[in-house]
Design a protein around this ligand. Sequence first.
Ligand code: GLA
Length: 646
Amino acid sequence: MRIGVDYYPEHWDRTLWTADADLMRETGVKLVRLAEFAWCRLEPRDGAFDFAWLDEAVALFAARGIDVVLCTPTSCPPMWLYEKHPDIVHVEKDGTPTNLGIRSHRCVTNPTFLHYADRITIEMAKHYADNPAVVGWQIDNELEAYFCYCEHCIGKYRAWLQKKYGTVENLNRAWGNVVWSGEYSSWTQIRPPYGSLPHAWQNPAYMLDFYRFCSENVIDFSNRQAAQLRTHCPGRPVTTNVWFCEHMPDFYNQFAGLDFISYDNYPATRLPGDPESCYSHAFHLDMMRGVKRQPFWIMEQLSGGKGCWAPMEKPPLPGMIKGYALQAFAHGADTVVHFRWRTANIGAEMHWHGLIDHSNVPGRRFDEFADMCKTAAELEKLQGAEIKADVAILFSFDNEYAFKIQPQTDGYYYLEQLQRLHRAFAGLGLNVDIIGQHEKLDGFRIVCSPEMYVTDAGVAQRLHDFAAQGGTVILTTRSGVKDEHNNALMAQLPGTYRDMAGVHAVEYAPIGWEQVPVAFDDGTEVHAKQWCDILETDTAEVLARYNGDYFRGAPAITRNLYGSGRVYYIGTVGTQPLYDHITRMAVKEAELSCIPDLPPRVELVTRTAKGVTARFIFNNDDQPKSFMLDGQPITLAPFEMNVVMD
Ligand code: GLA
């Protein structure tokens, strides 16, 4: 595992640079990320570039054997650019331009912004093309699929729709615009979703296309930057750093144009009291690995107490700095870059803590980081080791967007069932891949496809084939609900999945925060929450029934034999024991070997490299754990990772 740090030389007096670089080398840091947000120092005046300070910093690190990842600074245009072209900011929902003072408020569609963004990117790329210390590029920072309401975005949206639908009549039909006299007679009538009313009041078909457009828009920007970097600084891999934000671009499309994934990983430092909570970042890590089905980077890793965007939180507990970095490695991150070397003494983020505090006196967290760097070096032989999974969970950005557009009922969100299924399988010591729904399913034994809400015919067909050929599919409620435009389909649910599930819903009850008991045949009782499909079987057998409410006795969970495979249908959203129960059944039937008695919050990932099998056993808890694994006693301190190699 290669360890890096995020470093902002422009924030520090030059007298600190050398001591910082020396300490990094001594500690085992192999990489720094530089120049993110530094546009005002790289181009202090229009067209006047100054790379001398950055050259000096790059040289300082290179001399110590530390590689550099450079960032395009486009997230923070300089003040002279805003003064000259005040219209480059993005425009809010109420039609007003975003005020200055924070970052990322430029519109990535604005042609003037693009002219300047291209110029600084190309200048940087050319300048560092022959510098071997620069080993890669990060585009911008945490590009979000913002909703921007500027005239350029509106124009581009209309052109995007025109390309997609050809005529306004086609678009009117696809969106069902006859409702509320919403039919357009010209493209110029189309506007983005202005106003203060909730998005759920808008036409869902119109909203889904708007989400898709905003995602593609930001991907266009990222592809544009990638092309410039590749042309002018060839041979260096290009990425952008992402996180699970409110407006996520479609990562699968975004990274199709980039060389590797990088993710900003900030696990919570306060463990939830509620044992039901799916708090492990293993889910996010598996999802990131699944975006390109390749090893990935953490570009920002938890290093200190979070704060500044919200009141300050507890610092990472003893063990978390090392444990969470190793957890990321276990799940496929081959480079982990800590955010940040030292806590800023200036600026809005001075309470988002780095490895070293404001005092510049290395303390407990730094010592743990230094220890982790030693362990990372010892794990070198596992760099790139394979993570082979028999179980996959499918993710879809259309479903993520559609659930945001129309919240289904109180407390119901798209990711929950994916996370619960992930937790259940991971709790059995199984590797789990979280992959885009368009991926091939070859090689998996069990595929979970929760909430296949917006129907994609190709994906549905692949799931049918997978089950027919002997695979196990776990389907859930809210599947087959919508067509590709986000209009409701006229079919009993789960619509296109009905034949493979062998069951249909005669009614559904969105129960929000209420709970309804669900009883399995063997007497196990769990709880349904948020949603209850009231089912009638076609060919499926009933595994569990509701034990309350007006639909007491109706099937809640079924299993159908389909071709040579099996299809489970979970007609509800359950508490965690519901998923634990079903996954145990599915794993047993699929004859997968698992570890049925891992203690709660202990995670196990298996990686294989040439001739080596490594088990990463992680205690994701603030209590020590002792247990037997394959006849061997294992003892783990809070957040300790034990790597057992055969
Ligand atoms: C994000 C950003 C960083 C920094 C951290 C902490 O991950 O990418 O620049 O702002 O959050 O707030």
